[in-house]
Design a protein around this ligand. Structure first.
Ligand code: SAM
Length: 367
């Protein structure tokens, strides 16, 4: 069966007419790495940041085997797995965490540039530390998400950074000559008495977002043995709850690998790692219906309208499924998003707890 980009889909990530599983940056990375990928030995190709599998599966269709892949988002990892099964290319790659095993001895690394410079610095440092000295990193993105500072971050770890011509509003950077490799370490800060740890790319970095602060200022003591911090990011809500209430156990979950690593580091830094369990999950997919009594949530938002409409209601729906009748969902949201009717409809009766110039905190009681 010949490989076609048309076969690729985004599911279980949001799908929609304006949301594709492959874009011009993927195609440029593949075209610009064509020669470098030819005749590579098995296991020499690494793919980082593939959104829904286009980079990995087009490389596999061209003959690459033993591809090592890291995607920060679990939804991307699941989309890649589903697309691999659909195209008969499963077994050609392995999904791995962002650590030495991912990049050791790599000869070619295809990288979708992350938006965060700190995330890029963490990835570049890891590649420089463990990859083959002859490695070439082919890093691409959409021009609107690229800055010259990305070239500088790569130059900190590579002797040579070359830039491709732009094509269809996308560009590729080639990095060669790794030096001064370093393993990622989390950024650290203490904010309002909470120790925050953030690996590159985690929401709000080593600070506490102002919406999160408003939520933290109003969260009550959960009337439950265990609380859930849904979409936990660096895990500041989970750790704050555990510090405030010494017999409470907290489950923190997020689909992002850097969020999960950060939340674990944050819990350890606050001395509550024994009561904060951190899980990488898409919403609460690992949880049974009617199994929780208290969920705190600062939902993700996104510049794209289609995504903004889809992400938060999907989280409300899963929280509603997992809450027992009478259980509570405490949510903070940008007031302009007007989530209250959606919370009422999807979860249950919703009361406003606080509101400042920008954010609203509500508590919704599950039916
Ligand atoms: C606005 S941030 C909130 C982070 C943290 N609770 C805070 O207040 O600092 C939203 C988080 O949602 C996570 N997220 C996005 N989609 C998700 C999904 N499908 N399942 C779980 N977490 C998700 C993102 O990775 C991000 O960390």
């Amino acid at each position: 069966m010949p490989f076609s980009f048309d076969a690729l889909r985004r599911r279980p990530d949001l799908e929609g007419p304006d949301l594709g599983a492959v874009d011009a940056a993927d195609r440029l990375i593949l075209d610009e790495s064509d020669a470098a990928r030819a005749d590579l030995p098995q296991g020499a190709l690494v793919v980082i940041g593939d959104t829904h599998g286009a980079l990995t599966l087009a490389s596999a269709a061209a003959g690459a085997r033993g591809i090592r892949v890291h995607q920060d988002e679990l939804l991307g990892e699941r989309a890649l797995a589903a697309n691999a099964a659909d195209t008969g290319l499963d077994g050609t790659y392995a999904s791995l965490p962002l650590d030495a095993n991912l990049v050791s001895g790599a000869r070619v690394v295809l990288l979708r540039l992350p938006r965060s410079l700190r995330a890029l610095a963490d990835i570049a440092g890891l590649i420089a530390l463990h990859a083959d000295p002859e490695v070439v990193v082919v890093a691409g993105g959409r021009l609107k998400h690229m800055t010259l500072a990305m070239n500088d971050v790569l130059r900190d770890r590579f002797d040579r950074v070359d830039v491709s011509h732009a094509r269809q509003k996308s560009r590729v950077l080639f990095a060669r000559g790794p030096h001064d490799g370093a393993a990622p370490t989390p950024e650290a800060a203490e904010v309002d008495g909470i120790h925050v740890r953030a690996f590159g790319g985690a929401f709000a970095g080593a600070s506490i977002d102002i919406g999160t602060r408003l939520l933290l200022a109003h969260l009550p003591e959960p009337r439950a043995a265990e609380a859930i911090d849904l979409a936990c990011g660096t895990g500041v809500v989970a750790s704050a709850l555990a510090v405030r209430h010494p017999s409470l156990r907290v489950l923190a979950c997020d689909q992002s690998a850097v969020a999960v690593a950060s939340a674990r580091a944050t819990a350890a830094a606050n001395g509550v790692a024994d009561r904060v369990r951190v899980q990488r999950d898409d919403v609460l997919s690992k949880h049974a219906d009617d199994s929780a009594s208290f969920i705190a949530l600062n939902p993700p938002f996104h510049a794209g309208a289609a995504l903004a409409d889809g992400l938060a209601p999907r989280m409300f729906a899963d929280a509603a499924r997992v809450l027992r009748p009478g259980g509570e969902l405490w949510t903070v949201w940008n007031s302009a998003l007007q989530y209250r009717p959606a919370l009422e409809r999807i979860v249950g009766p919703t009361r406003q707890i606080a509101r400042d110039r920008k954010f609203t905190v509500t508590a919704s009681t599950a039916r």
